[in-house]
Design a binder for this molecule. Sequence first.
Ligand SMILES: *[C@@H]1O[C@H](CO)[C@@H](O)[C@H](O)[C@H]1NC(C)=O
Ligand SMILES: *[C@@H]1O[C@H](CO)[C@@H](O)[C@H](O)[C@H]1NC(C)=O
Ligand SMILES: *[C@@H]1O[C@H](CO)[C@@H](O)[C@H](O)[C@H]1NC(C)=O
Ligand SMILES: *[C@@H]1O[C@H](CO)[C@@H](O)[C@H](O)[C@H]1NC(C)=O
Ligand SMILES: [Cu+2]
Length: 163
Amino acid sequence: MGRSSTAMALALVVLAFIECEAVTRYVVGDGRGWTAPPNITAGFYDEWAANKSFEGGDTLEFGYNGTHSLAAVSKEEYDSCAKVSSFADGTNGQGYAYQLPKKVGVYYFICTIDSHCEAGQKLAINVTSTTSAGFAMWSSPSPLTSGAISMVLYTFALFLLGH
Ligand SMILES: *[C@@H]1O[C@H](CO)[C@@H](O)[C@H](O)[C@H]1NC(C)=O
Ligand SMILES: *[C@@H]1O[C@H](CO)[C@@H](O)[C@H](O)[C@H]1NC(C)=O
Ligand SMILES: *[C@@H]1O[C@H](CO)[C@@H](O)[C@H](O)[C@H]1NC(C)=O
Ligand SMILES: *[C@@H]1O[C@H](CO)[C@@H](O)[C@H](O)[C@H]1NC(C)=O
Ligand SMILES: [Cu+2]
């Protein structure tokens, strides 16, 4: 194996390794954020989560203005909109980035203020795979992040090849 092909192989291994580590950051509710009516209607977060493929280690960014809270709850508490006191971040009234556990399962989030949860401020996330799946994760669903990382690494590979 020539020196340049060794360098190329090395660069590709590094690239594959970093891409499989890439996690996706989701802004919950996109531009609407984490909110209640009149900004959303019931079912809004179900629709937002539909057709998205969540992996363990992905981050959910809950951004909010106004009076809201974020609690990570059980299915029963999600179904009944229980007014739990255990918050995901320990505080009310500010945004929070929640990293999904690296474990397959369904994770539930609600706002405990007034009847926001009953009105639709509740989110269920089905984590169907974990990012530690290895090299099979070559094409991660994070075009922006992996795109930027790939560009840096391709530049790095070209640099190695040039020497
Ligand atoms: C909260 O308000 C700030 C300032 O107006 C705005 O930039 C931001 O997008 C708002 N966030 C949400 C989730 O509505
Ligand atoms: C999810 O995908 C299915 C099949 O492509 C489609 O029928 C459905 O409307 C999508 N749901 C949402 C909320 O985008
Ligand atoms: C609805 O969105 C606006 C603009 O971000 C915000 O000021 C307001 O507090 C939101 N209402 C609720 C109930 O969150
Ligand atoms: C979560 O996803 C898995 C795999 O697609 C599926 O078998 C399971 O029924 C889903 N669970 C829920 C509660 O949607
Ligand atoms: Cu709320």
